[in-house]
Design a binder for this molecule. Structure first.
Ligand SMILES: Nc1ncnc2c1ncn2[C@@H]1O[C@H](COP(=O)(O)OP(=O)(O)OP(=O)(O)O)[C@@H](O)[C@H]1O
Length: 478
């Protein structure tokens, strides 16, 4: 036995009173028992949480023990045949209540929960405080045909925009390509959607035409969630921005088609401006009340005529109503401009350019209430049209060449909230982002595509009845 024990440690300063705490000696069997109990509890929790795995496994083991392997194989085959039958008999209910819930559970376990904590840390969404690590909680995973939707409880101090900024990084971390975050009704939650397959990959065929167009929701295309995208024209002007070949023409033609019922009956008058030589809009001439192209002076004149109509109408409606309701006598006037910059920036004659700018400014600032609307397409949303951009309440961003252009078109912070217009592939014309009323996060949309034949057919089917009447009258007098 050594004479002196040397115990390393800090020197305890002398105090007026020294207290010796009792030392508890815990028997080894109690420790082992505690660890076993804790392990068993965790196993039980896991078995209950993943009941959809454990219950069939236990049942299969019991079957095999009780009736043998053959019976087990028979039961498995019967279940598979039952599922296949359900799928054949009623595919939508099978997918909704059978297949996707199963896929959701498997993907939640295999893809998301397994790497959740590490991905949260590497994407900057986990945090540490007072020596403890805090990770957002993954509450639910819901899969559908096109993607996975994760409901997450955010950490205190986080907002949905933080997740919007991290969404793309998260998507790549989980080996997917696109992600978007959106807020929910609950302030502590956010929903992140990752895309596995693009629901907008296919071309959208021309949509049915209503006899009387619903100006509060004109159907122009399909949204990512499969619903129709409806544009509110009443009380608005529409700006469509997109690089060359991004599909601006398809947005214009989808809109013209959605108004076609009203064009035929005379409720809607389309005035078309095609400063790029008439190539884009010429096929729809029977639908237009005015069609001007190429001639800057002519275009300035027609715009001034529109201003005159607007002023006369405003004078008539003053004190009668605050919002114009289209009738055949007082139709909705929609000015469709194929390339706004060609009107406002590229015209060399300064006088004509100033006339155009003045008229456009007046129409954009005063036309909405009296039923005169401007729908304009634009390639470059930068300085050239700066004075007008903010006068368009409804804006559509198709493929854009630079990330900074996105906020110029869709408003500040739109790109951070998920409008990745600069990432839209050149092979997907007609896809764009829009901001819906009351929804913070921009929504991805594919506009319907009208071929030249469709446009000619539209012109034949919905040509203006008043033009036909006028032509008949001429023939009778001749
Ligand atoms: N919604 C759509 N769906 C599928 N394909 C489309 C769609 N829109 C356009 N395209 C295809 O992309 C091509 C270019 O479209 P469009 O002419 O409308 O582009 P744009 O943006 O108007 O181009 P530009 O600025 O040169 O006039 C079309 O010829 C067509 O093949």
């Amino acid at each position: 036995m050594p004479l002196i024990n040397i115990i390393p440690g800090e020197k305890i300063p002398v105090a007026p009173m020294n207290v010796r705490l009792p030392a508890w000696r815990i028997p080894g069997w109690l420790l082992v028992f505690w660890w076993l109990a804790r392990g068993l509890f965790r196993l039980t929790v896991l078995a209950v949480r993943y009941w959809w795995l454990t219950a069939p496994a236990v049942f299969a083991l019991w079957l095999r023990a009780e009736y043998g392997g053959l019976v087990l194989v028979g039961v498995v085959l019967a279940v598979v045949a039952g599922c296949a039958g359900w799928w054949r008999w009623h595919p939508s209910s099978w997918l909704r209540f059978g297949w996707y819930p199963l896929v959701s559970r498997v993907r939640a376990l295999v893809v998301y929960r397994r790497r959740w904590a590490s991905v949260m840390a590497t994407c900057g969404l986990a945090t540490a405080f007072a020596g403890d690590r805090y990770v957002p909680q993954l509450l639910k995973v819901r899969c559908d045909r096109y993607g996975d939707e994760l409901t997450v409880r955010m950490l205190p101090g986080q907002i949905p925009d933080d997740w919007g900024q991290a969404a793309e990084r998260l998507a790549y971390a989980f080996r997917l390509q696109q992600g978007q975050a959106r807020s929910t009704g609950r302030p502590d939650r956010v929903v992140v959607r990752f895309m596995r397959r693009d629901p907008l990959a296919g071309v959208v065929a021309p949509l049915p035409v209503a006899e009387v167009p619903d100006l509060g929701g004109l159907p122009l295309g399909v949204r990512e969630d499969g619903q129709a995208y409806r544009l509110r024209l009443a009380g608005s002007h529409v700006l469509i921005a997109g690089a060359t070949n991004s599909g601006k023409g398809s947005v214009l033609w989808s809109l013209i088609r959605s108004l076609a019922g009203g064009i035929r009956s005379g409720l809607v008058e389309l005035w078309a401006f095609d400063p790029k030589g008439g190539m884009e809009l010429a096929a729809g001439v029977p639908l237009f009340a005015r069609f001007v192209y190429d001639d800057p002076d002519g275009m300035a004149g027609v715009l001034e005529e529109a201003v005159k109509r607007m002023r006369l109408r405003a004078a008539r409606l003053r004190g009668v109503t605050r919002q114009h309701v289209p009738t055949v006598e007082e139709p909705l006037i929609v000015l469709v401009v194929d390339e706004l910059a060609a009107l406002t920036a590229y015209i060399t004659d300064r006088k004509v350019r100033d006339r155009i700018k003045e008229s456009l400014g007046l129409l954009l600032s005063q036309g909405r209430a009296v039923g005169v609307h401007v729908v304009a397409a634009l390639q470059d949303p930068r300085k050239d049209v700066l004075p007008f951009r903010d006068l368009f309440p409804t804006r559509i961003g198709l493929r854009l060449t630079e990330a900074e252009q996105v906020d110029m078109v869709l408003g500040d912070g739109a790109r951070e909230r998920g409008a990745l217009c600069d990432r839209i592939s050149e092979s997907s014309p007609g896809i764009g982002f829009v901001v819906l009323d009351g929804v913070r996060e921009p929504v991805r949309v594919r506009f319907s595509y009208l071929t030249d034949d469709d446009i000619r057919q539209l012109g034949r089917d919905f040509r203006r009845l008043c033009d036909i009447d006028a032509r008949d009258e001429q023939e009778v007098t001749r």
